[in-house]
Design a protein around this ligand. Structure first.
Ligand SMILES: Nc1ncnc2c1ncn2[C@@H]1O[C@H](COP(=O)(O)OP(=O)(O)OP(=O)(O)O)[C@@H](O)[C@H]1O
Ligand SMILES: [Mg+2]
Length: 326
């Protein structure tokens, strides 16, 4: 992990190229990620946003090669130029935690209830590195300070901590081997609004202080304002819009992004602004032809239900919508 600044904002640290991840299921195979091409820039704070079931976690888990029972059935994924699909089990083990660490969805509820914060951090470091218990113990205070927890809480058990503090401990655990990339999967979903804002501020401060590339996954686009540098909007296994956060929020190009922001007219109503999106995402075992959002889109026209719109733009701002494509 490089120190200081918000990193070199031009170099890709990770790249998904036409990636396809397929899960087996009793009703047939399901492409949870279907042709995703996306670059993560070194040192950036990237928000990955979309409704439940759109493939956010599946895409992020690919950076740890933790796709089972899913399989990579197309495309590639590279981190710092290394093709992850070519790594053997040993190389992968080193890669996880040291290069990429993840705060898993609902991880704050999986802290070991009979171990103190300190012993959980020490155990994690010893398990995943060559360091001794003494060396690991010496790191605990600094890690807790990084996530704004009073180091005196090192001797606390998880049940003695608030939800926000437990989530901070989980973030400290993910950072304990100084990863280059930190993935946080819905880290604030279970928290109230004030605590949520505090955890977001901590993540932002970590990105600035450590230069750690941060990927934050959420269904709630509103928490990204002022935190993420860029947003990637995902719908039904595909990226439908990517761009600088302020621009995407102020001037969303894809009707799905507009809907996530609560700013799309209800179908047939013309002017009514709706909260929440009518309808539900498609079944990924047999997704609709054309644009997958078309069945819920108030602007859909003939072409949308027949041809899939490509993700196009100037490389910085990209959108997959026939309304925006000549
Ligand atoms: N282990 C699995 N086996 C089979 N299907 C799976 C598995 N994990 C996820 N899926 C399916 O893959 C699709 C994408 O799931 P994923 O968990 O990646 O979405 P998500 O965007 O992270 O959703 P959420 O916001 O609910 O966490 C869903 O249709 C889901 O049912
Ligand atoms: Mg998820």
């Amino acid at each position: 992990m490089s120190a200081g600044g918000s990193g070199d904002m031009t170099q890709p640290v990770a790249r998904f190229e036409d990636l396809v991840i397929t899960y087996p299921s009793a009703r047939g195979s399901l492409k949870a990620v279907d042709g995703v091409t996306l670059e993560v820039v070194k040192g950036e704070f990237l928000g990955l946003v979309g409704e439940s079931g759109c493939g956010k976690t599946t895409l992020a888990l690919t950076l740890l090669r933790m796709n089972e029972p899913g399989k990579v059935t197309g495309g590639s994924v590279k981190v710092e130029g290394i093709d992850l699909l070519s790594l053997d089990a040993d190389a992968l083990r080193r890669f996880r935690w040291e290069k990429v660490a993840m705060v898993f969805q609902a991880a704050m509820n999986t802290l070991d209830p009979v171990k103190t914060v300190e012993s959980q951090i020490v155990e994690t470091i010893v398990q995943h590195s060559q360091e001794t218990k003494e060396q690991a113990r010496a790191k605990v205070q600094g890690l807790l300070e990084l996530v704004s927890i009073d180091p005196a809480r090192a001797k606390s058990y998880p049940h003695e901590l608030s939800g926000g503090m437990r989530q901070r401990v989980v973030i400290a655990l993910a950072l304990c081997l100084s990863p280059d990339i930190l993935i946080a999967d819905e880290p604030t979903t279970a928290l109230d609004v004030v605590v949520q804002a505090g955890v977001m501020r901590t993540l932002k401060a970590l990105q600035a202080k450590l230069g750690v590339t941060t990927i934050l996954i959420t269904h709630d686009i509103s928490i990204m304002n002022g935190t993420a540098d860029r947003l990637a909007i995902m719908y039904a296994g595909k990226i439908v819009e990517v761009g600088p956060t302020q621009q995407v929020i102020a001037d969303p190009q894809h009707p799905y992004t507009q809907a996530l922001l609560g700013a799309v007219p209800a179908i047939g109503s013309g002017t009514t602004v709706v909260k929440g999106i009518p309808g539900s995402p498609p079944d990924l075992i047999s997704p609709p032809a054309g644009c997958r959002f078309a069945p819920r889109c108030p602007y859909a026209f003939d072409r949308c239900t027949k041809e899939e719109p490509p993700l196009v733009g100037d490389g910085k701002d990209m959108v997959a919508c026939w309304l925006r494509t000549k």
